[in-house]
Design a protein around this ligand. Structure first.
Ligand code: ADP
Ligand code: ZN
Length: 522
């Protein structure tokens, strides 16, 4: 009989699964061998096993740091069912229960311990941990360590102690939501720069992505549903509460079973509409982003965005609610001039500080970049999350029906050189000023009116250059460093373009939109 690997054995004997999914086994091997790892997988991808199994295979207790206190007890109960010795420590624990966990810990009777992050700022915790045999540290929801992310938690900052105090204990950081910038911040704060980054599972091959210019949104929507999803369940996202009600009422008039959903409806009505959507066939929910959290309906056949989402993360998350059953589904969106202006205004008048607004602007630009690209949308989406992907998927609008383009090779080369000559330390608007030859104060004070790229781009206007930059960012030729206020830098992909070895086509039909996005608030 051949020897079965210990981790595969645990997968089968303890968890009752036959095979590892995707890169799970690579991740588990890495951690079991004592190395660190950074794991990016969407929700439901199977992250838990990546630290649970190594905790069982390695000697000592696996410490799982998670901000989701409400879920800890459920997780521990589920592990108990499987015969895994697990416990948790958080503020909800009675002193009696706490004492019991401590006793088990000291006696080496736990395989896994879930710990709330605020414990790390408390004096006794480190001393306690140092007295234990520890199998690994798993940092769940690792994006909480990032100030650039939306869920920043100051308690997570103290986790940078782990690398100093426990240099020989492997650390595995896991998250479902991290763009490249957040990922880099996680890596630097948790000391995982040299650790392998496992990015996987972001592709949803059965979802067809389509993004169109808005002309007459309602008629476009009607044509889309009638032609492709006349009897299907779907979700239509709108920016405002009022609009969800208007669109739902209008769809009802057209003979569809459409219901509104937003946080302003009474909870009874919300519950009722949600239940109908879940239980009946062919119900369409017209909703704000308030809808969807925790909704598990496998046969949602289409997701519509009637307004531009504010980030690629939102777009990915919302479209991801389609086709959970693996059958074909469509993510269909119309966007236009007004959307961009509205989002900009909302951003300008929002409460956040300047840095926050700037980050939101970069996110919005990335979303717009996804709309504007001429290449495969799926590739761009996966690229956004740091996952490599083939050039063309064959199942998105740009693959199926290539959009009209113009030859942007020369413009791209100029834009890339402008970024390079200015030292890769400035953002889009600065690079645009260089190209247009604007003698602004900051350009003069940096002496950049003397670089060779100054004023070489007068054939395009400001908004066209901004569209060029967005397309270069979306295409992965330029990166925007979020910790440096969006400073642009050249990626590996930029080289063949600069050397004249690669042509770059840009989208023809986006001029009005890019003009709106560059307009300052009056
Ligand atoms: P995540 O933490 O990434 O959101 P989970 O770890 O909760 O995902 O896993 C999602 C689901 O997939 C769970 O029900 C889990 O039991 C299941 N799962 C994970 N790995 C496997 C596997 N190798 N084989 C079968 N099911 C798996
Ligand atoms: Zn494609």
């Amino acid at each position: 009989m051949s020897e079965i690997q210990p981790s595969l054995n645990v997968l089968r004997k303890v968890f009752g699964y036959e095979q590892f999914r995707g890169v799970q086994s690579d991740i588990i091997d890495t951690v079991v061998s004592g190395q660190n790892a950074l794991v990016l997988m969407p929700t439901g991808g199977g992250k838990s096993l990546c630290y649970q199994i190594p905790s069982l295979v390695r000697s000592g207790v696996g410490i799982v740091i998670s901000p989701l206190i409400a879920l800890m007890k459920d997780q521990v109960d589920a592990l108990d069912e499987l015969g895994v010795r697990a416990g948790f420590i958080n503020s909800s624990l009675s002193s009696e229960a706490y004492g019991q966990v401590m006793q088990q810990l000291r006696a080496g009777e736990l395989d896994l311990l879930y710990l709330a992050p605020e414990r790390f700022s408390q004096s006794g915790t480190l001393a306690l941990l140092e007295s234990l045999d520890i199998a690994l540290f798993a940092i769940d929801e690792a994006h909480c360590v990032s100030q650039w992310g939306h869920d920043f938690r100051s308690d997570y900052l103290s986790l940078s102690l782990l690398q100093e105090r426990f240099p020989h204990v492997p650390r595995i950081a896991l998250t479902a939501t991290a763009d490249v910038a957040t990922r880099e911040e996680i890596a630097s704060r948790l000391g995982l720069q040299d650790a392998p980054h496992f990015v996987s599972g972001f592709d949803r091959p059965n979802i067809q992505y389509r993004i169109t210019q808005k002309r007459n949104a309602r008629q476009q929507l009607l044509a889309f549903i009638r032609r492709e999803h006349p009897d299907d369940a779907g979700i239509i996202y709108c920016m405002s509460r009022r609009k969800t009600e208007e669109v739902a009422a209008w769809l009802q008039q057209q003979g569809f079973d459409a219901l509104p959903y937003h946080a302003g409806l009474s909870s009874d009505l919300r519950m009722f509409n949600q239940q109908r959507f879940l239980r009946e066939d062919g119900v369409i929910i017209v909703a704000t982003i308030a809808f969807g959290m925790g909704i598990d309906k496998p046969d949602v056949r289409f997701i519509v965005h009637l307004d531009l989402p504010k980030s690629v993360e939102s777009y990915y998350q919302e479209t991801g609610r389609a086709g959970r059953d693996g059958q074909a589904a469509t993510a269909w969106m119309v966007y236009g001039l007004q959307d961009v202006i509205k989002l900009r205004q909302m951003l300008d008048s929002s409460q956040g500080n300047e840095q926050f607004k700037r980050q939101e602007q970069i996110r919005l630009d990335a979303m717009l970049g996804l709309c504007e690209i001429t290449s495969c949308r799926r590739q761009a989406l996966r690229h956004y999350f740091g996952e490599s992907a083939p050039d063309a998927c064959g199942n998105c609008d740009t693959c199926l029906q290539p959009p009209p383009t113009w030859d942007g090779t020369e413009a791209a080369r100029k834009a890339l050189s402008a970024v390079y000559r200015a030292g890769q330390r400035f953002g889009v608007s600065y690079a645009t000023e260089i190209l247009l030859g604007v003698e602004s104060e900051r350009i003069l004070s940096n002496g950049h009116h003397r670089v060779s790229t100054f004023g070489i781009g007068r054939e395009l206007d400001k908004s066209q250059w901004q569209s060029v930059f967005r397309q270069l960012i979306a295409g992965g030729y330029l990166g925007a460093d979020h910790q440096q206020f969006g400073a642009l830098y050249l990626t590996e992909k930029a080289r063949p373009v600069l050397r004249g070895e690669k042509e770059l086509m840009m989208r023809e039909d986006v001029k009005d939109v890019s003009r709106a996005s560059s307009r300052k608030r009056a």
